[in-house]
Write a protein that binds this ligand. Structure first.
Ligand SMILES: [Zn+2]
Length: 574
């Protein structure tokens, strides 16, 4: 243990971790798309790779984001030597403002490429109470030393520029982390994949390959960014009205393609949505987005141009409630309304869990006389991540002894494992791990420990982080589904009898005025329950009485309505 930590014992001490091995601990991103966070631990040194968030699912009312659980690092902050960020997507950097405080110390070293660094720092500006982050800039070929880890960064193509893979040498052996990637001969504002470099890595004894699995279930090869642009261009060729392109704010390549095409077809571009605006601004300054003078105009200037000369770039392709596209479609946007003849492009795939919301949004847009384009070709997943052929090629080029698929739903990880087997990696050398598992690596073998570390969802709701747990969420789900039913009974302390008639307040359950009979019966039942439980007077266990009301009235209401509202019994003694 390092100095200054006192004698606090880690709550996971009972797990007797094997300290001589190198341990790879995914706390997010394995078994899901998003929320990427991985630890590499050797003796008492920890390296963190990425700190991402994911969007809530549809059945999580009120939740803004889901972030990884890093309870495991509690009391061992000082062991964390550094954090490396592979690229600027929010599923790799989004949790920083919520997690950094928990691990930050003055010696902590942080590394990111120029664009990733700028996106992180700009976002930190929205969280003024955060520790000020010093992020060291790294690029293709940079090498850094962090205790037992030596990291060499290398360029990888993706759908955001300045994405870096990691070659990490450790006392146990060399580990190659691909980051999110695809092989692209015709990227946007970027150099094509450097196969020579990957081949060289293959000559340097790669012990373990950690490779992006998001595209593992897709056959063949991912589309080049050039092909994606050609597909987008078909829409530009045909569109007569405005083009409204919704995408992720961090999908910098797609933003560039839409700007380039707008320039080619004489359209002015309006950028809508706070995160989209800031990312365009940052990328412009750093040269990752190239835009001609006069292309970008303010939303108020829209009236100066005919519809056929306008492109609106906005956020909201996932149907996010507060994003620009949703506000435009719902007529809540300050300046913009949909118009007949608009072409609306959803230029990112639907993240699992958002399907219904996006469907409703699409229908609403169609209802207002617009055209909707949602090509699989423009998907972030199909577009940004290596598919079967590329994944095979990555394994063949780097020739690892062991293989651990990362980034993706469990089925994607399993499929990627099969791909590795097909490339000649022995089954015992392939580990399929999920969040919270500890993968041990020695020069001879790879194996997963029995126990798991906490890796459950930590939910961010407004300013609260982690204070909305499973129980609060379950309550919200019940409220959303069947409403609420409050019973207020005033009980005489002396006699233990209910005074008068219990009050009933209900929301989202039944329309009270049309349910008089039901309410009358409920009141009678409440009086009976209280009388039976407390009617003898003396010391009354009111918690028991409330439970009785909750259970029996719950059963009664279900038998009459087939609904299960949340029942809140309130007993007032007088
Ligand atoms: Zn990514």
């Amino acid at each position: 243990m390092l100095k200054g930590l006192g004698v606090q014992i880690s709550p996971w001490a009972h797990m007797k971790k094997i300290q001589q091995n190198l341990q790879i601990i995914p706390l997010g991103g394995l078994g899901e798309v998003g929320r990427n966070l991985m630890l590499l631990e050797y003796k008492n040194s920890v390296l963190i790779i990425d700190m991402g968030f994911r969007m809530p699912e549809e059945d999580m009312p009120g939740i803004d984001y889901i972030i990884p659980n890093i309870e495991y690092l509690k009391n061992k902050q000082k062991n964390v030597l550094g954090i490396v960020f592979t690229h600027g997507h929010y599923d790799h950097i989004g949790a920083i403002p919520y997690l950094m405080e928990k691990i930050w110390h003055p010696q902590l070293r942080i590394f990111a490429s120029s664009l990733t660094r700028a996106i992180i720092l700009k976002r930190q500006g929205d969280f003024p109470l955060q520790p000020k982050l010093e992020i060291q800039e790294v690029k293709d070929g940079s090498k850094i030393n962090l205790g037992p880890f030596q990291i060499e960064f290398f360029r990888q193509n993706h759908n955001i520029p300045d994405n870096l893979g990691l070659l990490i040498s450790t006392p146990i052996g060399n580990i190659l982390h691909t980051s999110d990637f695809k092989f692209d001969e015709n990227p946007v504002n970027d150099l094509p994949t450097n196969f020579e470099k990957l081949r060289n890595f293959g000559e340097r004894n790669i012990l373990l390959l950690l490779s992006d699995s998001t595209g593992a279930e897709e056959p063949n090869h991912s589309f080049s960014e050039k092909t994606i642009q050609e597909n987008l261009e078909q829409i530009f060729q045909k569109a007569r009205g405005r083009i409204i392109a919704a995408t992720f704010a961090s999908l910098i390549n797609r933003i560039q393609q839409i700007i380039t095409l707008s320039e080619k077809y004489g359209r002015k571009v309006i950028v809508e949505g706070y995160s989209m605006k800031t990312n365009v601004e940052i990328s412009k300054i750093l040269g990752y987005i190239k835009v001609k003078k006069g292309t970008l105009i303010k939303v108020k200037e829209i009236v100066k141009y005919p519809d056929s000369k306008i492109t609106i770039l906005c956020t909201g392709a996932q149907g996010e409630g507060q994003a620009s596209l949703m506000r435009i479609a719902n007529r809540e946007h300050k300046f913009l309304r949909l118009r007949k003849g608009d072409a609306v492009i959803f230029s990112s795939s639907i993240i699992p869990g958002n399907e219904r919301t996006v469907q409703i949004l699409k229908d609403e847009i169609l209802r207002q006389g617009c055209k909707v384009f949602h090509y699989k070709m423009m998907d972030i997943h199909a577009g940004g991540h290596a598919q079967k052929e590329e994944l095979e090629e990555m394994i063949k080029l780097t020739k690892p002894k062991f293989f651990l698929p990362i980034h993706g739903q469990f089925s994607m990880l399993v499929t990627h494992g099969e791909i590795a087997k097909g490339c000649g990696i022995q089954e015992k050398n392939i580990a399929i791990a999920e969040n919270g598992q500890i993968v041990n690596l020695t020069p001879e073998r790879i194996f997963i420990e029995k126990g798991t570390l906490p890796s459950n969802y930590v939910m961010v709701d407004g300013l609260g982080i982690g204070d909305v747990g499973e129980i609060v969420l379950r309550d919200r789900q019940t409220l959303a589904k069947d409403g609420m039913f409050v019973i207020v009974a005033v009980v005489d302390r002396q006699t233990g009898k209910v005074r008068g008639s219990p009050d009933i307040i209900s929301r989202g359950f039944v329309y009270l005025r049309e349910s008089k009979k039901l309410l009358q019966d409920t009141r009678k039942k409440v009086i009976k329950i209280v009388d039976e439980a407390a009617g003898s007077g003396g010391a009354v266990n009111w918690i028991y009485v409330k439970d009785e009301i909750r259970n029996k009235i719950g059963q009664f209401l279900f038998s009459k309505t087939q609904r299960r509202p949340m029942i809140l019994p309130v007993v007032i003694e007088v």
